[in-house]
Design a protein around this ligand. Structure first.
Ligand SMILES: *Cc1c(COP(=O)(O)O)cnc(C)c1O
Length: 374
């Protein structure tokens, strides 16, 4: 192979900063000069604006997506002895939050076409201990929320959405995070809406759940030094809220750019010997990641890397097979679709500012590696 100088990054946060940096610096400087660094106007306005963005009534800002999941579970009263149904084909934080709440994660398999929770597996996993269903909107595509919500209603089990990769995605016109009892988002820098550091938020239509989550994120206090519940310090700093408020009005446009890049990949990849992640009816993904599938993943990733194209794997080891989760008893072979996906998925460069030329470069190299159209 000819050594190439081509460089296509997996994600390039600097390009976004070129667009919004000046405004962010102005707003962050204003926070620094205000002397108000915690629980101030930036956080409460971000909460109003993000709730509106999701079509939800309330939003509770916290300092990570993991914290959002943790307080979501706790606010629903979930704890020791309880079970929460989720997927193992996800970032580990989904399951970590369940364990942090004291509950037991019960993993169901994914639909091999979409890589999202397969609703067909849920009913069989429900026991008298099941206290929540926690689907993940993986790669930016909402899970089958009509079926999942219907099951939740039938068994009177709340649904918590892990929307950490799906800010702005929709299912049947409903925003990700707004369909279950609570929706949880991450503002990790590379997420579709990213802070300049850590951040997260939980949205809900329930005033009771919102109030409980506000207490939990702030040492369990309802008013100062009156600690009514065991709580945490999960508060989002004002500086991060200021950064996020500059970016939020641009999120829809950035998501549209991701969708256009994905459409480009879709059409250019059509002739190649590669599996794809199907987009289910009624879903509109925000393509946090653009994922293909191939049994020759290691070879393909290595060849692309040698031509300067960065790729990722989300995720190589499913959660049920990670060391601290083995004690929950779901061993190798228990989730065949999940385990197959973990062996085959490969994430291609994807970010709003990716150029058509960069996408073409990725396709050219993939074509070279895979030996042309099938
Ligand atoms: C990023 C992510 C989280 C955790 O968010 P943090 O802000 O990093 O704590 C949880 N679930 C999924 C699916 C994620 O992608």
């Amino acid at each position: 192979m000819v050594a190439s100088t081509t460089k296509v990054p997996f994600v390039d946060l600097n390009r976004q900063y070129d667009e919004v940096g000046a405004e962010i610096e102005e707003r962050v400087l204003a926070v620094l000069r205000s002397g108000r660094y915690i629980s101030g106007p930036e956080v409460s306005q971000l909460e109003d604006e993000f709730a509106k963005f999701c079509g939800a009534l309330f939003a509770v800002a916290v300092n990570s997506g993991t914290a959002a999941l943790h307080i979501a579970l706790l606010s629903l009263g979930i704890g020791p002895g309880d079970e929460v149904i989720t997927v193992a084909h996800t970032f580990v934080a989904t399951a970590e939050a369940i364990v942090a709440a004291g509950a037991r994660p019960v993993f169901v398999d994914i639909d091999p076409a979409t890589c999202n929770m397969d609703p067909k597996g849920i009913a069989a996993a429900i026991t008298p201990q099941t206290k929540a269903i926690l689907p993940v909107h993986l790669y930016g595509q909402p899970a089958q929320m009509d079926e999942i919500i219907a099951l939740g209603e039938r068994y009177a089990i709340p649904v918590i959405e892990d929307a950490c990769q799906a800010h702005g995605a929709t299912f049947a016109g409903h925003a990700a995070g707004s369909m279950g009892s609570i929706g949880c988002f991450s503002f990790y820098p590379s997420k579709n809406l990213g802070a300049a550091g850590e951040g997260g938020i939980a949205v809900t239509n329930s005033p009771e759940l919102a109030a409980r989550m506000r207490q939990l994120r702030d040492h369990g206090q309802a008013k100062r030094y009156h600690h009514e519940a065991m709580g945490y310090n999960y508060r989002l700093p004002e500086i991060q809220a200021a950064v996020l408020r500059v970016k939020l009005p641009r999120l829809a446009g950035w998501n549209a750019s991701r969708r256009a890049a994905a459409a480009s990949y879709d059409s250019l990849l059509a002739g190649l010997n590669l599996g794809t992640v199907a987009q289910a009816d009624k879903t509109s993904s925000v393509y946090h990641l653009y994922v293909v599938r191939t049994p020759q993943r290691e070879m393909v990733a290595k060849a692309l890397g040698q031509s300067g194209i960065a790729t990722g794997v989300h995720y190589p080891i499913p959660v049920h097979l990670q060391t601290p989760f083995r004690e929950y008893g779901q061993g190798e072979g228990s989730l065949p679709n999940t385990e197959a996906a973990a062996r085959e998925v490969l994430s291609l460069p994807m970010f709003p500012e990716i150029t058509q030329e960069e996408i073409s470069t990725v396709i050219e190299q993939l074509t070279a590696v895979l030996g042309g159209p099938r």
